[in-house]
Design a protein around this ligand. Structure first.
Ligand SMILES: C[S@@+](CC[C@H](N)C(=O)[O-])C[C@H]1O[C@@H](n2cnc3c(N)ncnc32)[C@H](O)[C@@H]1O
Length: 188
């Protein structure tokens, strides 16, 4: 069974508060709910899976919602975050979710993405990819793993950038952590 797994080494991610009094939408905000842990009540966390939202332990507002059809009017949020959520989506879903994220973002608002390079599925039986993370947040380190079926999920910084540039976003910050990356965009 283990032969199915392609695992990264531990990706070390440090999360610090950077936004004060911002209205934040966290797409795919279930699971560990790191953005909700960092910003509490300032965050609306949406996820189509109720079980993922119930797993979280933070003060965010949690709504069962698909990122492809956000139930918010245009230009509502100062910040939209996706923390290792795009890796769970195929290309069509990524495009729909990112275009919705941009729609609900205010002008000059920020889209903040943390994710990982995913290789093409080679049909060699290694069909499950696991990003292993050590996430440091307020002097606490949480070890976790995000696993996904590889087929149809290939992505990189440049593939995400190619989707966002036509949506009118400007890349203002880029960080690399081994196979992981953070991309921060501003809506013009
Ligand atoms: C690895 S988890 C994200 C981890 C989470 N952000 C955290 O802090 O631990 C990816 C999440 O993306 C969600 N997701 C998948 N497709 C989605 C979609 N279309 N819209 C919103 N969330 C989606 C999954 O249900 C899953 O909970």
């Amino acid at each position: 069974m283990e032969d199915r797994y392609l695992q990264t080494k531990k990706q070390k991610i440090k999360l610090q508060r950077e936004y004060e009094d911002a209205a934040i939408l966290d797409i795919g905000g279930g699971g560990e709910g790191f953005i909700g842990r960092l910003y509490g009540k300032n965050v609306i966390a949406i996820d189509p899976r109720e079980d993922e939202l119930l797993e979280t332990d933070n003060d965010s507002i949690k709504l069962i919602m698909d990122g492809r059809a956000l139930k918010f009017t245009d230009e509502n949020f100062d910040v939209v975050t996706l923390f290792y959520s795009l890796m769970y989506m195929n290309i069509e879903t990524k495009l729909e979710v990112l275009s919705e994220a941009v729609r609900v973002l205010k002008r000059n608002g920020l889209l903040d993405i943390w994710d990982v390079d995913l290789p093409d599925y080679k049909n060699d039986g290694k069909d499950v990819f696991v990003a292993q993370l050590d996430v440091e947040l307020e002097d606490d380190i949480t070890s976790t793993g995000y696993g996904v079926l590889l087929e149809g999920k290939k992505q990189s910084k440049s593939s995400i950038d190619a989707m966002l540039e036509p949506l009118g976003l400007k890349l203002i910050k880029e960080e690399c952590m081994d196979q992981s990356f953070r991309l921060q965009y501003k809506k013009l």
